[in-house]
Write a protein that binds this ligand. Structure first.
Ligand code: ADP
Ligand code: MG
Length: 339
């Protein structure tokens, strides 16, 4: 029989990989915001149109890229963030897989503008279907602008699968909240269809929560703080009387990365036992700082699930930290601990 195996061309491989990384416009927003943060930016702008279907743009004032790096950044497995597998267990960046830009460029029209501090002049690249179709030198401030248009233009099935602009917008807003809550010292602006809907100045965790969810949130928050040799828990829970029927605002961050964890969620909810009705949900904004060597982030391309070395201890510590916070609050409800 004749040989039948062949290597997939890069653009096909990229399209397939893109399916995992980019489910919807919000996935692109997440990846671009994370790249802006990894680049050390302190002002980040997000601009979207039509629920991200027409346009997603992120502009940052980070380190930018040289022309060579800019061209390379769209290759698969091209990253400046790790050099070997061991680095995975000492991560200080959001990214490390070197897949996001390659994936996005495989399924959208992309325009990149970037300049480093030391370069006199920047570069503009246009990429379509994984191919660089245009490159020009350009005068641009230090930092990077990445503009993504016509998402899934070459995968009609995926494009048709997208929900209404409103629903996609909601998903994008959720991603924006997660990133902004994890990085209160970065200034964020968010423009939707031409109007600015969030203008978040540099601040602290508490103020960032209030700036996002409104002034009334402030009185609902109870600070949580617990520190052991291996773990720091900080952040806020909402007072029991503000528990809601709907799931509401529930956020876990591990080393400033938003994660989903039904297990840790259970730890929080169980600490509220007896204080709220069982069909109500407490809100929480909890920040866990752990040794990067004690977690594995590389179990899913979107990195919202992670593996902890010692989940049981974490569960117990979290539960007791919340109980402690609730106890403090119950004994002296008038006191408000600033963090
Ligand atoms: P990863 O973030 O996993 O490294 P990406 O595909 O998201 O992979 O990005 C590839 C590389 O492009 C990054 O490692 C980084 O060097 C560069 N890069 C991407 N976005 C930016 C940005 N906004 N500013 C500076 N460099 C960037
Ligand atoms: Mg990235």
């Amino acid at each position: 029989m004749a040989d039948i195996i062949q290597l997939l061309p890069d653009h096909v491989a990229n399209q397939i990989a893109a399916g995992e990384v980019v489910q919807r416009p919000a996935s692109v927003v997440k990846e671009l915001l994370e790249n802006a943060i990894d680049a050390g930016s302190d002002v980040v702008k997000l601009i979207i149109k039509d629920g991200g279907k027409a346009l997603i743009q992120v502009i940052d004032n980070g380190i930018g890229m040289s022309t060579t790096d800019a061209r390379l950044s769209f290759e698969r497995h091209a990253t400046s963030k790790i050099t070997c597998a061991e680095d995975l267990f000492n991560l200080s960046t959001k990214g490390f897989r070197g897949e996001a830009l390659a994936s996005i460029a495989a399924i959208a029209h992309v325009e990149l503008l970037t300049k480093t501090e030391t370069d006199e002049i920047g570069v503009q690249l246009k990429i379509e279907g994984s191919k660089i179709i245009n490159q020009d030198p350009i005068v641009t401030p230090k930092g990077t602008s990445l503009c993504v248009k016509n998402l899934f233009f070459n995968i009609p099935a995926r494009r048709n699968f997208l929900k209404s602009n409103q629903v996609e917008f909601r998903h994008i807003t959720d991603e924006f909240h997660r990133v902004a809550l994890a990085h209160p010292t970065i200034e964020f602006h968010f423009y939707n269809n031409g109007s600015e809907i969030f203008n978040l100045p540099k601040s602290n965790y508490r103020q960032r929560i209030v700036n996002i969810f409104g002034g009334k949130t402030n009185e609902k928050l109870v600070p949580v703080i617990e520190e052991t040799q291996v773990l720091k828990i900080s952040g806020f829970i909402t007072k029991p009387e503000f528990a809601k029927k709907s799931r509401g605002e529930q956020f876990f961050f591990v080393n400033n990365r938003f994660i989903k964890s039904p297990y840790l969620h259970h730890a929080v909810v169980s600490a509220f036992e007896g204080l709220i009705r069982s069909d109500n949900h407490p809100g929480y904004f909890l920040y866990l700082d752990v040794d990067p060597a004690s977690i594995d982030i590389n179990i899913h391309p979107t990195k919202t699930e992670i593996k902890f070395d010692d989940e049981h201890t974490l569960y117990a510590l979290l539960r007791s930290a919340i109980k402690h916070a609730l106890g403090q609050f119950n004994v002296v409800p008038a006191l408000d601990f600033e963090q």
